[in-house]
Design a protein around this ligand. Structure first.
Ligand SMILES: NC(=O)C1=CN([C@@H]2O[C@H](COP(=O)(O)OP(=O)(O)OC[C@H]3O[C@@H](n4cnc5c(N)ncnc54)[C@H](O)[C@@H]3O)[C@@H](O)[C@H]2O)C=CC1
Ligand SMILES: O=C(O)CCC(=O)C(=O)O
Length: 414
């Protein structure tokens, strides 16, 4: 039987694996395998040509035993309800692994921002928040950016929520522009956190970062800043891809040039001799592979051909469970998404805290706090993996599952 690529089925499987190791009661596992609340909405939006289009979106809230739920909003043509549910579950375990007082949530709207005008994008952003306003709020559920949404989208969403509630509510959403209560360091936080986990993993393996070779799939918020930060640490970024294709230079790409080309048109303008098939990027013989795009990049189809020593899951869900097993046999070190990309939600938490106290930290303060969280969490997961003789993903799930279960018990739910 071929493996499932359905993210919801995958998330459930990951929970079962860790729950088995923790010997959790089956009724507790059943609670955790379902989001506690899912809102499915459709809302009309006036397009620039005067026509009205109806857009569909979802908000899934997985478990709020520990605190309000938290997680990004994705705008993408392939958004599905099952994807949003899985992403909300992964958010719960991500918040758990770094010890944030949140449960997980996620939202998604089926649309393609690459084909929308700025005005249409604004009306979709406002329309979606109006449609889900009843279930979000600073002490209920706090959205943030994800794929194809950014700080401007968060600004519009915060404005719509504040107007509906007739009070300025910066704490309803994070990843906002600085002028509206955004946190310094939030834009870079996911990549910065990921780079810290890579640095710690390389230390564990006794390998230097200087001249380490890196391939990065995805050149958006996370992939692009990861490329920049790793190159500052002396790594050689040999290959980068985005939704249009991939480029490779075995001597190391000029990241500033790739950034300029991306802003002006396409990374494929780098040099036609440097273009490769994006699938090839994943299979390059590099020290570090960073999938920073979407789910299911590494499956049973290609797992056996992955040559990287470390795969750092900057994206959510890039490796399927069956592929995970193949990578483990091949001794590839996988830094799981719920740890590798937890820097984003960590600084989102700092943003929310700053909004609630209306007092703001310097970028240095934010980065020092982020680094403390990421280093501590990486080593806690690594130690648990050694103790339970398991991989980093299962160890990370075990830590978070235990926290959520403890909270549910303390509240008298189970
Ligand atoms: N933005 C954040 O703070 C966080 C993002 N993530 C995850 O990181 C991943 C990337 O998110 P962002 O960078 O924020 O999104 P983004 O919208 O800024 O960038 C997405 C990038 O992926 C590229 N892409 C899309 N399809 C691709 C494909 N098939 N092959 C190669 N590249 C492709 C796009 O061209 C774009 O460069 C997602 O899985 C997201 O859920 C996780 C934690 C936090
Ligand atoms: O910053 C946040 O609250 C959540 C970011 C996110 O959606 C994620 O970590 O996948």
């Amino acid at each position: 039987m071929s493996e499932t690529l359905n993210p919801y089925e995958i998330a459930k499987k990951q929970i079962e694996t860790a729950a088995d190791k923790l010997r959790l009661d089956s009724h507790i596992v059943e609670i955790l395998k379902k989001p506690m609340r899912v809102l499915s909405v459709s809302f009309p939006v006036k397009m620039d040509d005067g026509t009205i289009r109806v857009f569909e979106g979802y908000r899934s809230q997985h478990n709020d035993a520990i605190g309000p739920t938290k997680g990004g909003i994705r705008f993408h043509p392939n958004v599905t309800l099952d994807e949003v549910k899985a992403l909300s579950m992964w958010m719960s375990f991500k918040c758990g692994v770094v010890g944030l007082p949140y449960g997980g949530a996620k939202g998604g709207v089926i649309c393609d921002p690459r084909n929308l005008s700025p005005g249409e994008l604004e009306r979709i952003s406002r329309g979606f928040i109006e449609a889900i306003a009843q279930i979000i709020g600073p002490d209920k559920d706090i959205p943030a950016p994800d794929v194809y949404t950014n700080s401007q989208v968060m600004g519009w969403m915060m404005d719509t929520f504040s107007r509906l509630n007739k009070s300025f509510s910066p704490g309803v959403i994070t990843g906002k522009p600085l002028i509206l209560g955004g946190s310094k360091g939030r834009t870079e936080a996911t990549a910065r956190g990921c780079v810290i986990t890579i640095r710690e993993a390389m230390k564990e393996l006794g390998r230097p970062l200087q001249d380490a070779t890196v391939a990065i799939q995805g050149f958006g918020n996370v992939g692009r800043i990861t490329a920049k930060l790793l190159s500052v640490l002396g790594c050689k970024i040999v290959s980068i891809s985005d939704s249009k294709g991939a480029v490779l230079d075995p001597d190391g790409l000029d990241i500033t040039k790739v950034e300029r080309l991306k802003d002006q048109g396409s990374i494929l303008d780098y040099d036609s001799d440097y273009q490769i098939d994006p699938q090839e990027l994943l299979e390059l013989d590099v020290d570090i592979l960073v999938p920073a795009a979407l789910e299911n990049s590494i499956t049973v189809e290609n797992a056996d051909r992955i040559k990287a020593r470390i795969v750092a899951e900057a994206a959510n869900g890039p490796i399927t469970p069956d592929a995970d097993q193949i990578l483990a046999v091949n001794k590839t070190r996988v830094i799981p998404d719920i740890l590798a990309n937890a820097g984003g939600v960590t600084v989102s938490y700092f943003e929310w805290v700053q909004n609630l106290m209306n007092y703001y930290w310097s970028e240095e303060e934010v980065n020092v706090k982020l680094s403390e969280v990421m280093v501590r969490s990486f080593h806690a997961v690594n130690q648990a993996a050694n103790k339970y003789e398991t991989d980093l993903r299962t160890a990370a799930y075990m830590i978070s599952l235990q926290r959520i279960v403890d909270a549910m018990k303390a509240r008298g739910w189970v």
